[in-house]
Write a protein that binds this ligand. Structure first.
Ligand code: ARG
Length: 427
């Protein structure tokens, strides 16, 4: 055992006992941290390592290359799982139905991905006789919470190791370790300027110059979305079809969710849509600035919300806004198996049953503006709404009566307070 491995007995019962780590399932991205980790675990624990890489639609990844790299670094097996469809159907779709934006701006792509990655890790650990799961999260972020809470829930027999929390290597030491052990650095030894995480629902950049709150977002962060000032001068519109709160078509063409999101991402990227500069309250207390690129979410979430508003009563709309926020917090904080999430989703499915129809969104130099909406279930009657019309279920002559009753309590309260204020002034 090395001095730098975690002290034992551990603080949490799920932390792996270093002496009984024999076969580790490592969540492997192919980047510097997890590549160094793959070697480090074999060296420090004398353990075998199986790697798992999860495809959640990260753009531009070469999965065969990542798997081959893991094998080169000594993995006894290197697994790649394409989980895009499950991610879209079981994680992103409920987020759309929950209009999920944490802190008013973050569509939760990373937060949605982690519980799925951790679930797949538990399954792969069991299938490959691993006793321990290792991940590359630091001790300062939310991702450790999401992964470890999920592993402890679904795989209570498994131990967890988080080498970045314990090995006390900075970037320079990691690079030195990589050089010493012949670990190839795909990106070269240039420090990637930012910490990046992505999947089909969005991309985040953190760290380095982004931490300077007084500085505008550096242009080089945005590798996905075109800067709005460089976007085409010509706007483009897209018509999104929904069925029971789920997006099902673009411009009349039926698409399954992964393809639909990919298509909207492309459109949004072209038109500079979905750049978010966000100060986030982390689960672990810190406030951190994140720069997000969320082209598909920036189009789909407002479109869904618009249709929901049109179909639901004002009572439902007000009630659901509170549930939406609660759902987003549960997802953000990594408590994916908290039963309240399922309880809330049961309501959301019910409230979304009639959320069907079409919404057109116009994309132009960074903005996504809704221009048309229609639903067979809209609580909207053009004849009643139209200016000047009276009759049927809406009589303008009935309004004064309504106004008198509607304002009754507020008017009485005003009178009472005015009288008390007068007494005070006199006395
Ligand atoms: N702040 C966001 C969140 O907590 C993004 C995290 C990105 N993760 C990363 N390892 N870079 O969900």
């Amino acid at each position: 055992m090395s001095e730098s491995a975690a002290a034992f007995p551990p603080i949490a019962s799920y932390q792996a006992d270093p002496d009984s780590v024999a076969r580790v399932l490592l969540l492997y991205s192919g980047g510097l941290d997890t590549s160094v980790m793959l070697h480090w675990i074999q060296e420090r624990y004398g353990a075998e390592v199986v790697t798992l890489t999860v495809n959640l639609g990260q753009p531009g990844e070469d999965w065969d290359f990542v798997a081959a790299k893991a094998a080169d670094l000594g993995a006894v097996a290197s697994l790649v799982v394409d989980a895009r469809r499950e991610f879209a159907a079981e994680y992103v779709l409920p987020a759309i139905q929950a209009n999920a934006l944490y802190g008013g701006g973050y569509p939760l792509f990373t937060a949605l991905g982690r519980p799925l990655i951790a679930k797949l890790a538990v399954e792969a650990a069991r299938a490959n006789n691993c006793d321990t799961i290792a991940h590359g999260c630091t001790g300062k972020g939310n991702d450790q919470v999401r992964i470890e809470a999920t592993v402890a829930t679904l795989g209570p027999e498994l131990g967890v190791i988080a080498p970045v929390r314990e090995w006390q290597m900075g970037r320079e030491e990691e690079l030195a370790y990589a050089r010493r052990h012949g670990i190839a650095l795909s990106g070269g030894t240039e420090a990637p300027p930012y910490s990046i995480d992505d999947n089909l629902w969005g991309r985040s950049s953190e760290g380095r110059s982004i931490e300077d709150l007084g500085a505008a977002p550096p242009d080089d962060v945005f590798q996905l979305v075109t800067l709005p000032e460089q976007a085409p001068d010509q706007s483009e519109s897209v018509r999104i079809g929904f069925e029971a709160g789920a997006p099902i078509s673009l411009d009349g063409e039926s698409l399954e969710l992964v393809a639909l999101i990919d298509r909207l991402s492309e459109l949004g990227c072209r038109h500079g849509v979905g750049i978010v500069d966000h100060i986030e309250d982390r689960i672990v207390g810190l406030k951190v600035r994140d720069l997000y690129e969320v082209p598909a979410a920036a189009i789909l979430l407002p479109a869904h919300r618009e249709l929901e508003k049109l179909v639901s009563t004002s009572h439902q709309n007000e009630f659901k806004a509170g549930l939406d926020q609660r759902w987003a917090w549960i997802a953000y904080s990594g408590l994916w198996y908290e039963p309240l999430r399922a309880d809330i989703e049961a309501y959301m499915r019910s409230a979304n049953q009639l959320v069907s129809g079409e919404v057109t969104v116009k994309l132009y130099k960074g903005s996504a503006v809704i221009t048309t909406r229609s639903s067979p279930n809209a609580l909207y009657d053009e004849a009643l709404a139209s200016f000047g019309a009276s009759g049927g279920e809406f009589s303008q002559n009935a309004s004064p009566g309504f106004i008198e009753l509607f304002s009754l309590q507020s008017r009485m309260a005003y009178r009472v307070r005015a009288a008390r204020a007068g007494e005070e002034g006199a006395g």
